[in-house]
Design a protein around this ligand. Structure first.
Ligand code: ACM
Length: 265
C-alpha cells in the first residue's frame, strides 16, 4: 500500500505544553500524511531539573490534553500520529509515546531503556514492544530514543509484525542515525526517527540535540533526512509491503533462519 509517512523535527518550548500542542496540531494540519511521527517528550521539552517539573506537565494516557487535542487533529486530517509525552499513572511517571488514529483508537508505549538523568524522573517502561494498527491497518511498532542502542528493541518489534518502526527521539549522542540504517536492514522494516533540534538549558541542565531526523526503507537505505539545526517536516511515500518480505536470498530468510537456541547466554 502506498503510504505517506513523515517526521516533524522541531524544538518544543520547555514546559509549555499547550503551546507545543498547538504547534504539533498545526504541523499535522499542514502535512497531508497518513502517518506523522513527532519527537520524544514533544509536548514538554526534555531537560528536567526537578521532579516537580515532570509532575507539572505529566498526564494520563487517554484522558490528558495531548490525547484530546491530537485525537481531533488525527480525525480532521485522516492521519495517524505518534508523539512522545510525559505520562502520569498512579504515582509514577513514564517517558511514553502514543499512537493516535483517525478512528479515535490509541495505543501506548512506555520507554523501556531510560537514558542517563531520565532515571531520576521516570519509571522504566512496562508495556513491552508491541505492534499496533495505524491508519489502513499498517502495523506500527514504537520505540523511544535510547531504545535504539539495544538491537532487541527493533528485533522484537519486527518479530511482532511491525512494518514501520516509529521512533520519537531526543538524541544527544552522535551514533543513532547511522545505527538505525542497520536496525532497518537487519529487520527489513521501515524506520522513522523523529528527533528534535535545538539547545535546551534549564537551571544548568543542558542538552544539545542532534536533529538529523530520518526515514529509512526496509533495505536499510536512508530515504530522507533533516539537517542538524532546523525545524523541518519531511514526508515521503513508501510501499508498506516492502517490509513484509524477509527473504535475503533464495535460501535465506530473516525469520526462519534464526537459531534461537544459540541466542541465550
Ligand atoms: C535519549 O534517550 N533521549 C538520549
Amino acid at each position: 500500500m502506498k503510504y505517506r509517512v513523515g517526521f516533524c523535527q522541531f524544538q518544543p518550548e520547555f514546559l509549555a505544553k499547550e503551546k507545543n500542542l498547538e504547534k504539533i496540531a498545526n504541523m499535522v494540519n499542514n502535512a497531508k500524511a497518513d502517518l506523522l511521527v513527532f519527537p520524544e517528550l514533544a509536548t514538554s521539552g526534555y531537560s528536567f531539573a526537578h521532579i516537580s517539573e515532570v509532575a507539572q506537565i505529566a498526564e494520563p494516557f487517554q484522558k490528558g490534553l495531548t490525547s484530546i487535542v491530537l485525537k481531533k487533529a488525527a480525525w480532521e486530517n485522516k492521519c495517524s500520529i505518534v508523539v512522545g509525552f510525559a505520562e502520569s499513572d498512579n504515582d509514577k511517571f513514564y517517558n511514553s509515546s502514543m499512537l493516535i488514529n483517525p478512528d479515535g483508537s490509541s495505543y501506548l508505549y512506555r520507554k523501556i531503556h531510560l537514558f542517563y538523568h531520565e532515571k531520576k524522573f521516570f519509571s522504566p517502561g512496562d508495556t513491552g514492544f508491541k505492534v499496533y494498527p495505524a491508519k489502513h491497518d499498517v502495523k506500527i511498532g514504537m520505540m523511544v530514543c535510547f531504545d535504539w542502542i539495544f538491537p532487541e528493541s527493533a528485533r522484537t518489534l519486527m518479530l511482532n509484525g511491525a512494518q514501520i518502526i516509529a521512533h520519537p527521539a531526543n538524541l544527544v549522542l552522535p551514533w543513532c542515525q547511522q545505527a538505525m540504517l542497520t536496525r532497518a536492514l537487519e529487520n527489513r522494516v521501515f524506520t522513522i526517527t523523529s528527533n528534535r533540534n535545538g539547545y535546551e538549558n534549564n537551571q544548568g541542565v543542558s542538552n544539545d540535540f542532534t536533529g538529523l531526523s530520518q526515514i529509512t526503507n526496509a533495505k536499510g537505505e536512508r530515504l530522507l533526512q533533516a539537517n542538524q539545526t532546523e525545524e523541518f517536516t519531511g514526508i515521503i511515500e513508501i510501499e508498506t509491503e516492502d517490509a513484509d518480505n524477509k527473504s535475503i536470498t533464495e535460501f535465506n530468510n530473516l525469520i526462519t533462519d534464526r537459531r534461537e537456541e544459540f541466542y541465550h547466554s
